[in-house]
Write a protein that binds this ligand. Structure first.
Ligand code: ADP
Ligand code: MG
Ligand code: ZN
Length: 567
């Protein structure tokens, strides 16, 4: 290397105003400038955009960016234009004359970057248009959307394999923040990125404190958290339904916390206004469905709270990853209860799609439940999910590290519970939700117990040694471990293929004991890291290998005679 500034560094400094590259940005950018294909796996906030923006500025022609985030294209393009980058976009929100302006700019070679929606590329007109200009590269952002087994599938992404067929000489860079090694292989295959170099960065976000609390009164718990630990902070609260978003935003506002709602049911102007206030003002809380956040870049989000269970670890990681992009200590807090498990299982069961899709959704959920029920370090488990090993084994900062949950041998209660479900089914031909089984075990003479004469069952009252709350924990953990399942509209409990192992005494069921008043107060960064450290640097890591890790967990669990979720 000569001492002269490389063109990439020059653009980084002069156009974007940053002194240095982060993580593997430099390698990726040099590779793409040289005309190579790349598949980039980098956590949210890692700085993926520069990986295609800089090569597009250095190489002759226009960089064509395919992104599913139509709602954000205007903002992204505006932000680039303020930096003096010649950027434009084409999507369905524009009228004919707006499109014509952008098309002319592209054809005349007046654009450095052109953002297009994936569905646009399927249109012959757009393809002909692209033939009339000079393309420097294709960037496929949020590339996991091509994966049919992922959590965010967009059918239009499947058509993107034609990029390589139609423009074989144009380098392509695919980028994503969420991909296990299986998804990565799928992305490479579907996009025909066979010769692409893979770049993978660490998923560790040491400044985020991960906490998962038992859900009792979620809104009140949230309010306590915000008042005691995050007064005046900006943050995001995720809820599953629009109704719950509205209610929660109202609840917070009534209690003196400036909160705004965001969901697809709101008028698009209200949505845009709320989003821009959140980005610009300090100390606002955005209460939203997961429709909010993809591509949102606000450095000082101090907390991300989930009032409902995310559908997958990928989703959880991506959503919590919006906290603490400035590297300062931040909280990822999730309230998790039995009702979440029941609700999500029901949603999967009643979803469209074939059995394979339901099985896939169910596996995603299982991994999320295992993270909730783990008795070991949350961060280590999260990294393990992405195939990365945490050197220390425990981070010293998450809730399970700071207040290690006691684990106990729950085999006998598990057998009692499963036996109740079995007897209801065998002796009475009945299925009930968790509440009824628990009432039976506790020996409660409720109306429903008397109506069905469940007090005559042999299991009636044999579970009086545990409290109602503890039984709910047992049910939740059995569901998380797959020893029990729910079905149907009413979320009735049913046995699974592995229930018999527990009933036979073939496996030991280790359970997490809930410390009722368990509280983690001070967010800290992990030992050794300075709390005031600047934006986290994500070192390049070996490619995650989720399959291998899963196999390892299963083998270790078997060896120790415990369910896999405790490993
Ligand atoms: P991603 O797409 O990976 O989630 P972005 O590309 O949106 O991340 O970048 C996240 C933030 O990091 C942006 O504010 C961006 O300007 C900033 N950033 C990216 N690269 C650098 C760098 N080399 N130095 C400083 N800030 C950077
Ligand atoms: Mg991005
Ligand atoms: Zn930990």
């Amino acid at each position: 290397m000569t001492s002269a500034l490389s063109p990439a560094m020059d653009v980084l400094n002069r156009v974007f105003g940053y002194p240095d590259f982060r993580g593997s940005q430099r390698d990726i950018i040099e590779h793409v400038i040289g005309g190579g294909d790349a598949l980039v796996l980098m956590p949210t906030g890692g700085g993926k955009s520069l990986c295609y923006q800089i090569p597009a500025l250095v190489r002759p022609g226009t960089g064509v960016v395919i992104s599913p985030l139509i709602a954000l294209m205007q903002d992204q393009v505006d932000a680039l234009r303020t930096l003096g980058v010649r950027a434009g976009f084409l999507n369905s929100t524009q009228d004919r004359s707006e499109r014509q302006v952008v098309e002319a700019e592209f054809v005349n070679g007046e654009l450095d970057l052109l953002y297009v929606a994936p569905e646009g590329l399927g249109v012959a007109n757009t393809q002909r248009l692209l033939d009339r200009g000079k393309i420097s590269l294709f960037a496929i952002d949020e590339a996991h959307c091509v994966s049919q087994w992922g959590h965010d599938f967009r059918p239009d992404y499947l058509g993107l394999s034609m990029l390589h067929e139609r423009w074989p000489d144009v380098p392509r860079i695919a980028l994503t923040a969420t991909a296990t090694s299986a998804t990565r292989t799928e992305i490479a295959t579907r996009l025909q990125l066979t010769d692409a170099r893979h770049f993978t960065q660490s998923f560790d976000r040491p400044n985020i404190q991960y906490r998962i609390a038992p859900k009792n009164e979620p809104r009140k718990q949230l309010l306590d958290l915000l008042r005691s630990e995050h007064p005046g902070d900006s943050g995001i609260v995720y809820c599953l339904s629009r109704a719950s978003v509205d209610k929660t935003a109202e609840f917070l506002a009534q209690n003196g916390i400036p909160a705004l709602p965001y969901h697809a049911g709101l008028d698009s102007r209200v949505r845009a206004a709320n989003q821009s206030r959140f980005l610009r003002e300090d100390g606002l809380v955005m209460v939203a469905t997961i429709a909010f956040g993809m591509g949102i870049d606000k450095p000082d989000v101090r907390f991300v709270a989930h009032l409902d269970l995310p559908k997958s670890v990928e989703g959880y990681y991506q959503e919590t990853g919006r906290a603490g992009r400035d590297g300062q200590p931040s909280t990822a807090w999730l309230a998790y209860g039995l009702q979440d498990v029941v609700q999500q299982r029901k949603m999967i069961e009643s979803s469209d799609g074939d059995a394979a899709h339901r099985r896939n959704a169910s596996q995603h959920l299982d991994a999320m439940l295992a993270l909730c029920e783990t008795v070991t370090c949350r961060r280590a488990q999260l990294l393990a999910y992405f195939g990365q090993r945490d050197e220390a084994g425990s981070c010293g900062n998450c809730d399970t590290c700071l207040a290690p949950p006691e684990s106990w041998d729950g085999t006998v209660p598990a057998q009692k519970l499963l036996s109740t479900v079995l007897r209801l089914q065998r002796e009475r031909g009945q299925k009930f939700g968790a509440g009824q089984s628990i009432d039976i075990l506790l020996g409660k003479q409720t109306d429903k117990v008397q109506q069905f004469r469940h007090d005559e069952l042999k299991v009636f009252g044999i579970g009086a040694d545990l409290r109602d709350q503890e039984w709910r924990g047992v049910v939740r953990q059995l569901l998380a471990a797959g020893y029990l399942a729910v079905e149907g509209e009413y979320g009735t409990l049913v046995l699974t293929e592995t229930s018999a192992e527990v009933l036979r005494g073939g496996v030991k069921v280790m359970m997490r004991r809930e410390a009722p008043q368990q509280r983690v107060r001070t967010p800290r960064t992990r030992a050794g890291a300075s709390p005031a450290a600047a934006a986290p640097d994500f070192p390049a890591e070996a490619a995650p290998d989720f399959e291998r890790l899963r196999a390892w967990r299963a083998a270790t669990a078997k060896e120790q005679g415990v369910p896999a979720y405790v490993i």
